[in-house]
Design a protein around this ligand. Structure first.
Ligand code: ATP
Ligand code: MG
Length: 559
C-alpha cells in the first residue's frame, strides 16, 4: 500500500496524557486516536495489527474444534437476573431500558447468552462436547480506563465457551484451550506466563491467567524460576522467611509517644519482622483484629475470603473497644476475634499493650493469645515457593488472556441440560475463555520497542516490509522502488511504500516509529551499483541486495 494514500498521522511529540510506552507509541505512530475516556478509534495501521492478531486467534481456535458464531451486544436483563449477576455486578455494567421500559444491558461478557443458546439447542450427550467462540465487542464502564488500549470501556474480546458432559470433559476442553492460548501468544511474539488466578465474578472453580510481563502491567505475579509455579499476587501463596528470633521474656516496655512501627522498632532497636502489626477492621459479624508481621502488608482480598466484607475501624471505634488509640493496640488481653498470619505461629514479638504509652515485648502468639491462623499477607519477593520452597520473584504483567472452569453454575441457573445415556437430565459442564487482542498488540509494543519506536514481531506487523525511496524526485529511484514494490506484492509480501514527497530524514524517522520489521532503502549511491539496502528494524543489521534479487530479499525477511 502507498503511504500517501493511507491515513498515517504520525506525531513528532509524545502525547502529554500518555504514560504507558505502548500508549505513547500507538498514538505517535498513528495507530489509534482517543475519542473519549476509554474509547479508541483504530486507524488503518492499528486495525491491520488487530486483524492479524484475530486471524492467529481464529486459526488456533479452529484447530481445537472451536466454532465461530456471533452474539448480540444488547442483552435482556432477565438472563443476568437468573444467574444473579444483574445484582452482583456493580457500576461496571452499562444498563439501559428499551422503549417499552424493559431493562437491558450491554454485554460485558457472554456467559449468560451462550448458556441460554446451549439450553435451547443442546439436547443429548451425543451433541457434546462443543466449543463456541466469537470475536466480539465488550462494553464495561471501567472505573479507571487507562494506558491507552490496555484498559478501555469498549474492546474486542475473543471469548469461547466449552460445553461438556462431565468434569473430565471440562478438564480436556480446558487443557486444549491452554494449548491453543500458548500457541496464540507465542505466534504473536509475546513473552508470557500462565499463572493461577482468582475467578472473581465468573464464579466456578479453577482459573488461570496469561500474563505478559511489562512495567505497564496493572497486575503483579509471583513466579518460581525453579519449578514453574506462578500465581497472581491476589491469590499467591508463599512460605514466609522466618528470621532468627531473640529470646525475650514477657514484659511491658515504656514507649512514650511511639505509635508507628517505624517509631517503635527504631526506639526499641529491633527489626520490623519482630513486631506484630494489629489492624482493626469492622466485619459483618463485628470487629476483627488482623495481625501481620511488621515487615508484611495485610492482603485485604485474602482477609475478605475469611471474614467477608469489612471496612477499616474508625478511631473512636478502636478507642471504645480497646480503650486506647490505635498506635498502642495489640493482640493480648481481650476477646476480639483475631485472624493472624500463619508466619506468626513461630517467633517472639513486640506489639501494643492496649495501654497508652506502652508496648509488650516477648509475646509468643500461640502461648499468649488465641487466634485463627491463615495466610493473610501480600507475598513478597524472596519468600519461598509453596511447591518447591525456592525463592519467589515478583513481576508486573499485563493480563492478555484468562481461562475459567465454570462448572455447572450457569447451566443450573439457565437450565442448560442434556440427556445422558440413560435418558436422565444433567447440567452441562462449562468453561469460559477470553483473550483481548488490543492487549496483545499493546503488550507486543511494551516488550518490543526502542527509543526510536515500535519493533513489531513479523506475525502481527501491519506490513512485512517498508520501502523507502530516499529521493522521490529521482526517476531511477522511483522506477526501482515501484518495481520492487510490485515484485514483492506479487510474491504476497505485504509492503508499505513511502511514496510521499518528503525528506529522507522524515521517512527514516517515521519508518522506525511505525516499526515494520524490514526497511528497503532505495538510495542513489547504492543504485549506481545496481544495489538496494535492506535493514532489519530490530537488530539494525543491514544487507545489500541486487535490485533484481527479489528471492534474496524475501528469504532475508523470513530468516
Ligand atoms: P482485568 O482484571 O484486567 O480487568 P478481567 O479479568 O476483567 O481483566 P476478563 O473478563 O477475563 O478480564 O476478560 C478476558 C480478556 O479480555 C482479558 O484477559 C483481557 O485481555 C481483555 N480485557 C478485559 N478487560 C479489558 C479492557 N477493559 N480493555 C481491554 N481489554 C480487556
Ligand atoms: Mg476487569
Amino acid at each position: 500500500m502507498r503511504f500517501s494514500k493511507l491515513l498515517i498521522p504520525t506525531l513528532k511529540e509524545n502525547p502529554s496524557e500518555a504514560e504507558a510506552i505502548s500508549h505513547k507509541l500507538m498514538m505517535r505512530a498513528g495507530f489509534v486516536r482517543q475519542l473519549a475516556a476509554g474509547l479508541y478509534i483504530y486507524l488503518p495501521l492499528g486495525w491491520r495489527v488487530i486483524e492479524k492478531i484475530n486471524r492467529i486467534i481464529r486459526e488456533e481456535m479452529n484447530t481445537i474444534g472451536g466454532q465461530e458464531l456471533t452474539l448480540p451486544l444488547l442483552h435482556p436483563a432477565e438472563l443476568w437476573q437468573e444467574t444473579g449477576r444483574w445484582h452482583d455486578i456493580g457500576d461496571e455494567m452499562f444498563r439501559l431500558k428499551d422503549r417499552g421500559g424493559r431493562d437491558m444491558c450491554l454485554g460485558m461478557t457472554h456467559e449468560e447468552v451462550m448458556t441460554w443458546l446451549a439450553s435451547k439447542e443442546i439436547r443429548s450427550y451425543r451433541e457434546l462436547p462443543q466449543i463456541w467462540y466469537q470475536i466480539q465487542t465488550k462494553l464495561r464502564d471501567e472505573a479507571r480506563p487507562k494506558s491507552g488500549v490496555l484498559r478501555t470501556r469498549e474492546f474486542l474480546m475473543k471469548d469461547s465457551y466449552s460445553f461438556d458432559i462431565d468434569e473430565s470433559g471440562l478438564e480436556e476442553s480446558y487443557r486444549i484451550h491452554e494449548k491453543a492460548y500458548r500457541k496464540i501468544f507465542s505466534r504473536c511474539g509475546l513473552k508470557f506466563y500462565m499463572v493461577e488466578s482468582d475467578p472473581g465474578i465468573m464464579g466456578g472453580g479453577m482459573s488461570h491467567e496469561f500474563m505478559a510481563p511489562s512495567p505497564a502491567g496493572e497486575d503483579e505475579i509471583t513466579l518460581c524460576d525453579n519449578c514453574g509455579y506462578g500465581a497472581n499476587i491476589e491469590i499467591a501463596r508463599a512460605i514466609p522467611l522466618i528470621p532468627k528470633f531473640p529470646s525475650w521474656k514477657l514484659e511491658e516496655v515504656e514507649t512514650p509517644e511511639k505509635r508507628t512501627i517505624e517509631e517503635v522498632t527504631s526506639y526499641l532497636n529491633i527489626a520490623p519482622e519482630f513486631f506484630i502489626k494489629s489492624i482493626m477492621v469492622m466485619g459483618e459479624d463485628g470487629p476483627v483484629l488482623a495481625l501481620v508481621r511488621g515487615d508484611q502488608t495485610l492482603h485485604e482480598k485474602k482477609l475478605k475470603k475469611i471474614i467477608g466484607n469489612f471496612r477499616p475501624a474508625h478511631r473512636d471505634e478502636v478507642k471504645e473497644l480497646l480503650g486506647v488509640e490505635s498506635g498502642f493496640i495489640g493482640p493480648m488481653g481481650h476477646n476480639i476475634r483475631k485472624i493472624a498470619d500463619s508466619s506468626l505461629k513461630e517467633g517472639v514479638y513486640v506489639s501494643g499493650s492496649n495501654k497508652e504509652g506502652y508496648h509488650t515485648k516477648g509475646i509468643t502468639p500461640t502461648r499468649d493469645f488465641k487466634a485463627e491462623y491463615f495466610d493473610i499477607h501480600i507475598t513478597k519477593e524472596g519468600e519461598g515457593c509453596p511447591s518447591c520452597s525456592k525463592p519467589l520473584r515478583i513481576e508486573k504483567a499485563i493480563e492478555v488472556g484468562n481461562i475459567f472452569k465454570l462448572g455447572i453454575k450457569y447451566s443450573i441457573h439457565l437450565k442448560a441440560n442434556y440427556l445422558d445415556e440413560k435418558g436422565e437430565e444433567r447440567p452441562i459442564v462449562m468453561g469460559s475463555y477470553g483473550i483481548g487482542p488490543a492487549r496483545i498488540a499493546a503488550s507486543a509494543i511494551e516488550q518490543n520497542h526502542d527509543q526510536n519506536g515500535i519493533i513489531w514481531p513479523q506475525s502481527i506487523s501491519p506490513f512485512q516490509a517498508h520501502i523507502l525511496p530516499l529521493n522521490s524526485k529521482d526517476p531511477k529511484t522511483t522506477d526501482v522502488s515501484e518495481r520492487i514494490y510490485s515484485g514483492l506484492e506479487s510474491n504476497r509480501i505485504e509492503v508499505l511504500i513511502d511514496d510521499r514527497d518528503e525528506r529522507a530524514g522524515v521517512k527514516f524517522k517515521d519508518a522506525d516509529l511505525i516499526g515494520i520489521p524490514y526497511q528497503i532503502v532505495i538510495g542513489e549511491k547504492n543504485l549506481k551499483e545496481g544495489m538496494v539496502e535492506v535493514k532489519e528494524r530490530r537488530s539494525g543489521e543491514k544487507r545489500r541486495f541486487k535490485v533484481e534479487d527479489m528471492a534474496g530479499m524475501i528469504s532475508f525477511f523470513r530468516k
